[in-house]
Design a protein around this ligand. Structure first.
Ligand SMILES: C[S@@+](CC[C@H](N)C(=O)[O-])C[C@H]1O[C@@H](n2cnc3c(N)ncnc32)[C@H](O)[C@@H]1O
Length: 458
């Protein structure tokens, strides 16, 4: 390998893409440390304590001057912010500048959940997100991050893209942040440099085509498809635009850009139409390497209207009908629009009635989580869940107890510490007014209900 520790074939490829002068700048940039950035959860009230500056294409994203120990910051465990690459936050600019209609969205390759939390925030109460991850342990991490974000508008599924075939023409927006050869991660991840080869690029490109051959069909007429990678080469980027437009009927979409952002637009000509992609180079943009494109499905494409089914595929999942759902919302002090389901006696709430869509999805996919699990009811008392604590839903009938930072870390470690003058029963534990979880004061002792598997071990 040459001095710069880059594979020779990769150097040849980048020289072609950038020219000699820019390639020198690129090589310097990828040997500099990367910048840490976070995106705030606008549904939770919180302001950053660390020195920071705004990310130009994101209203909620900030570069941090230094990288703090996130694990020891209780606010991250409360879902107040998410650590995310600045380039990835460009999706926020796409959603806002095109005013993409809200509805049923799919994030097909979603773990650990950076784009899903962003999409969930954009949808708020006006849409529902299916956040899917094929690899089971990663789907678990995705579920945790969705629970921490707390908006109650997402379903987490653990499926192969092939399982989505019955959902053709079903989604208003499909996002695929595809597994790729990771050239944009060379700065952060030295292993990505070592694993890079021309053969691997070809394997990645073939895998992406298999995924997109499914994903491209799931978008309904007039809906949108966003495809992204963290790699620079044309096989995994421009060639995919060509593939998608040849396989399916998609129209071009162009994103407004500020020249100061230095994001490079690329154009692909197919059948007399110009399609657009956007490349983020680390020597031009403060962020890791990234590529993104957005396409609009043509008006002639198929729309699948969901129909009522008799039962959910899951034998223990039951619908709570509308009248009882409204009564539950009133009893719990929520906004009145929630739709409830029960699973093994526990109540789950979705932020709005998307019942037909939910039924259809649950018929075909392996559901890991949905909405907000509220808890079980014993006579007129609720046994609340951790998921409810972390959600943005009110917890009006429960007293709360605010912890200092040191105490909050002890709580998250599940260690015992003194909490004088607590009321008896369930108490919501908060840090900077952000709910962190529950304790139950039994009078003679206090039980910490922070989930064992989420406990911090530092
Ligand atoms: C770039 S990562 C997604 C990052 C995520 N969108 C985020 O913003 O946090 C790509 C994901 O695709 C998943 N994946 C790997 N092989 C896949 C396949 N054949 N089909 C679908 N997804 C796959 C990986 O497990 C990984 O979670």
């Amino acid at each position: 390998m040459p001095e710069s520790n880059l594979p020779t074939d990769f150097e040849t490829q980048m020289l072609k893409l950038l020219g000699q002068a820019e390639f020198e700048q690129f090589k310097q940039a990828i040997n500099k440390p990367s910048r840490t950035s976070v995106r705030l959860n606008s549904a939770k009230t919180f302001s950053l304590n660390w020195a920071n500056s705004s990310i130009p294409w994101s209203e909620t994203g900030f570069f941090l001057e230094e990288r703090p120990s996130f694990t020891l910051d209780p606010a991250i465990h409360a879902g107040a912010y998410y650590v995310q690459e600045a380039s990835s936050m460009f999706i926020e600019h796409i959603l806002n500048s095109l005013e993409i209609p809200k509805g049923i969205y799919l994030d097909l390759a979603a773990a650990p959940g950076g784009k899903s939390t962003l999409l969930s925030g954009y949808l708020g109460d006006e849409g529902m997100l299916v956040a899917n991850e094929v690899i089971q342990p990663r789907a678990q991490i995705l579920k945790e991050n969705i629970i921490k974000w707390g908006l109650g508008n997402a379903l987490v599924t653990n499926n192969d893209p092939d399982h989505f075939a019955p959902l053709e023409g079903f989604f208003d927006l499909v996002v695929v942040d595809a597994p790729c050869s990771g050239e944009g991660m060379f700065r952060k991840d030295p292993q990505a440099r070592e694993e890079w080869s021309v053969d691997n690029v070809q394997l990645c490109s073939a895998r992406q085509k298999r995924i997109m051959d499914q994903a491209g069909a799931l978008v309904k007429a007039d809906g949108y498809l966003i495809y992204s990678t963290c790699t620079f080469n044309e096989q995994e980027n421009e060639d995919m635009i060509q593939f998608l437009t040849e396989e399916f009927s998609y129209e071009p979409v162009r994103i407004p850009l500020d020249a100061a952002w230095k994001i490079k637009e690329t154009q692909v000509e197919v059948d007399g139409k110009t399609y657009y992609g956007y490349r983020f180079f680390p020597h031009l943009v403060e962020g890791e390497g990234f590529f993104i494109t957005i396409l609009k499905r043509s008006s002639e494409a198929y729309i699948q209207e969901p129909k009522r089914v008799k039962d959910f595929k899951h034998p223990y999942l039951k619908e709570v009908f509308n009248r009882e759902s409204s009564e539950l919302d009133e009893e719990l002090g929520f906004d009145g629009n929630g739709k409830y389901y029960t699973l093994n006696d526990s109540f789950f709430r979705i932020s709005k009635d998307w019942n037909l869509h939910f039924q259809k999805i649950s018929q075909h996919l392996s559901l890991k989580y949905f909405g907000v699990e509220i808890g079980k009811k014993q006579k007129s008392d609720w046994i609340p869940t951790h998921e409810w604590a972390l959600s943005t839903l009110p917890k009006k009938d429960f007293p709360s107890h605010e912890l200092s930072e040191t105490e909050a870390i002890e709580f998250l470690r599940k260690n015992e510490f003194e909490m004088p003058d607590l009321p008896v029963g369930w108490v919501l534990i908060t840090f900077k007014n952000l709910p962190l979880g529950w304790i139950k004061n039994l009078g003679n002792r206090v039980n910490n209900y922070y989930p064992k598997e989420w406990r911090i071990r530092m």
